[in-house]
Design a protein around this ligand. Structure first.
Ligand SMILES: [Mg+2]
Length: 290
């Protein structure tokens, strides 16, 4: 079983979205339109778990806090949203002392301040391992949210920046790549720019190969990568194709967008299939269940 299969199973069993829920399970965020509201609300939640997403001997408390929020903000960015508030539930293992907790909140709140995201509540608990869940609420003008399912044959495929930096950072733990791994900057401003330009979008959390596969599946199209993929200095093509946690935006559009690099074209074909140099690119990005 992989994450996509598990998700489909849950989707099948969950009741149809209730009134106001314009988009349910399966995108970067859910979309909710309150009655009479002048904007659509976006909701996302992400877990960050010790020894899964971070290691206490490797990652500073500050970066764990920063990244825990960055992951949700990146989903808001992928929908073209502006963050409004977040909820943070934090379970602390015995080893997490006051100093670690202060560091965690320092990193978390630094990114919250920078992006205008209010920390509005949450929960605290004890656990065997330190873990947190961050829910973020964002907003977009009605009907303007970017989704994964709007790509059409003929659209260009674009990325908002160079790829593979976070994977390289995890390997070398040095320099700009390590910084990219520890303190990723969610592409919120770029997401706003895409509202009227992109036909579909997703954030690159698990790697280009897997996230493009997901976008193509949702849009019921295939993709051909025929242009040079922008690679983070020092990273390998493997890292750029399959490395996770870059938190750049991957999107499709009918015309070029300044600041983004075109890497391919959407084609009709087997849903979800991605072709690179004449061969099918396996979706080898990060999957918790593989
Ligand atoms: Mg996402």
């Amino acid at each position: 079983m992989n994450e996509l299969a598990l998700l489909r199973r849950i989707q099948r069993k969950a009741p149809k979205p209730g009134p106001g829920v314009l988009l349910g399970i399966g995108d970067d965020c859910a979309i909710y339109r309150p009655e009479g509201a002048h904007e659509d609300l976006l909701f996302t939640s992400d877990m960050t778990i010790e020894d899964v997403h971070f290691r206490r001997e490797m990652h500073s408390a500050d970066s764990v806090g920063w990244k825990a929020l960055a992951r949700g903000l990146s989903d808001i960015a992928a929908m073209g949203g502006e963050p409004r508030f977040c909820l943070l539930s934090l379970a602390l293992a015995k080893w997490a002392d006051q100093r670690w907790i202060d560091g965690f909140y320092r990193g978390f709140l630094r990114l919250a301040r920078r992006t205008g995201t209010t920390l509005a509540g949450g929960d605290l608990a004890r656990a065997e391992r330190t873990a947190c869940d961050v829910a973020v609420c964002g907003a977009v003008p009605p009907g303007k949210a970017l989704r994964r399912d709007g790509a059409q044959p003929g659209d260009g495929i674009y990325v908002s920046g160079r790829l593979g930096g976070a994977a390289l950072g995890l390997e070398t733990r040095r320099g700009a790549a390590w910084n990219k791994h520890c303190l990723p900057k969610p592409r919120l401003e770029f997401g706003l720019l895409l509202r009227d330009r992109a036909t579909a979008a997703i954030d690159l959390s698990d790697g280009l190969s897997l996230d493009l596969h997901r976008l193509c599946l949702a849009s019921r199209v295939a993709a051909v990568l025929e242009e040079t993929i922008p690679i983070f200095p020092g990273a390998s093509l493997e890292q750029a194709l399959h490395g996770g946690e870059d938190y750049e935006l991957l999107f499709t559009a009918r015309a070029d967008v300044e600041g983004a690099v075109r890497i391919g074209t959407i084609r009709p074909g087997r849903h979800g299939r991605v072709i690179l140099q004449g061969k099918q690119l396996a979706p080898l990005g990060y999957d918790h269940f593989r």
